[in-house]
Design a protein around this ligand. Structure first.
Ligand code: ATP
Ligand code: MG
Length: 385
């Protein structure tokens, strides 16, 4: 039965096929969403692989940024990139005897994405068909502003500095410190982090997978309590070191979060876990997500969809998420009925993207944990354990 979700999916896929910004988002989605959960139509779009920038082009970006030859500012820099992405690449270097990561923005990409962001407007009407009470204009404006932040590596440097300071002294967590003197809209230099990306941990011993999963929840959910949410969970943005510490990379997509909103989200979680629909409604209304009277129906639906994952220790894996999706499809009409009554304050857009992506990054680790308790602890204590 065609419903209001299909036109939205069509519009989003259209952007992914026809714009640079859409292709960048598609590449990220394919890396974050486990393959069995990728909608077939998304899986079918094969994005072009990013070509590495040749060294002379990288050297030019660095010279333009620093007004000096790269070798004058750094002890050394490798000419072959350590990583290549659609928006740029990362080179390994040495500064004051210590290894650093030098991230360079691909020339021209910021300009192209900035102009592509106007085309986000085509999502407004189909979005309103699913969520008629939202302010689609303000939500898309928020999406645009945060995407522009994400392209600006000087913005990223200041976000990363804040979270690096917050993580100092938090056992088991690390955020590589940026070198502010060398930061520029097109260049970011940070301490090099050693470790295995979460993407490569699927077959690791259970204790290592659990250490990574616990740290991911503390880093992402905890960052909201630290007042600057890191909203870009990705299987290559977290590195597990041999000693069990996890380093978090790529601080482009961050969002300032007011402590009151985290308090309200914790109150909503507590009410949900208590199966107290009335209090859940009060908390959701305080967040501005749903009218108070919808609390009991929303709580019942959440329990029906999430089931074991809310009830205590449970394995969060790809099969568990496929089961949640199957139950959501079975109760599609109830889900859409609640969506029709929901609102979303624009400031919550990125934090919600964070929670969604976090679940998707955690699933391949297949760890058994009391997830609501871990989330609650991080939302309450931040980076502290
Ligand atoms: N400090 C670091 N230490 C080790 N490896 C790093 C570091 N910074 C980046 N890398 C490597 O480079 C890859 C790409 O870095 P990052 O995700 O920050 O770039 P990006 O995705 O191009 O950024 P953006 O989302 O801002 O366009 C990482 O997944 C990681 O493998
Ligand atoms: Mg990245």
């Amino acid at each position: 039965v065609p419903g209001p979700l299909e036109p939205l999916a069509d519009a989003a896929l259209g952007l992914a096929r026809t714009t640079t910004a859409g292709r960048i988002a598609l590449v990220a989605a394919r890396e974050v969403v486990p393959a069995p959960l990728l909608p077939p139509r998304v899986a079918a779009v094969e994005p072009a692989t990013a070509e590495p920038l040749p060294w002379p082009a990288v050297a030019r970006v660095l010279r333009d940024a620093w007004g000096a030859d790269p070798e004058d500012e750094l002890d050394a820099i490798e000419r072959e990139p350590a990583a290549v992405t659609p928006t740029g690449q990362v080179h390994r270097g040495v500064l004051d005897g210590a290894p650093v990561a030098v991230k360079v923005r691909r020339p021209g990409v910021a300009e192209v994405v900035r102009s592509d962001l106007r085309t986000l407007e085509v999502l407004a009407a189909p979005l309103r068909a699913v969520l008629p009470r939202i302010d689609a204009g303000r939500l898309l404006a928020e999406a645009r502003e945060r995407a522009l932040d994400e392209l600006d590596l000087e913005h990223e440097a200041s976000a990363q500095r804040r979270l690096a300071r917050a993580a100092r002294g938090a056992e088991g967590l690390a955020v590589p410190a940026p070198v502010m003197r060398l930061s520029h809209p097109a260049v970011l230099v940070t301490a090099w982090a050693e470790g295995t990306p979460v993407a490569d941990l699927a077959g690791a011993p259970a204790a290592r997978r659990e250490a990574a999963a616990r740290a991911l929840v503390r880093l992402h959910v905890g960052s909201a309590r630290e007042a600057l949410a890191h909203c870009d969970p990705h299987p290559r943005h977290a590195l597990l070191a041999p000693d069990g510490a996890v380093a978090l990379l790529d601080h482009g997509a961050t969002r300032a979060v007011a402590p009151e909103r985290v308090d309200r989200a914790v109150a909503a979680l507590d009410a949900l876990l208590d199966e107290d629909g009335a209090s859940f409604g009060t908390a959701l209304a305080a967040l501005g997500w749903l009218p108070e009277e919808d609390g009991p129906a929303a709580a019942a639906l959440a329990w029906d969809l999430a089931g074991d994952l809310l009830a205590g220790p449970a394995v969060l894996d790809v099969d568990a998420l496929l089961a949640v999706r199957a139950r959501a499809v079975a109760r599609r009409d109830d889900v859409l009925a609640l969506a029709a009554r929901a609102t979303l304050p624009p400031e919550d857009l990125l934090p919600l993207r964070m929670l969604g992506a976090l679940v998707l990054v955690l699933a391949p680790l297949a760890v058994e944990l009391d997830w609501p308790a871990a989330v609650r602890a991080a939302a309450t204590r931040g980076f502290a354990q």
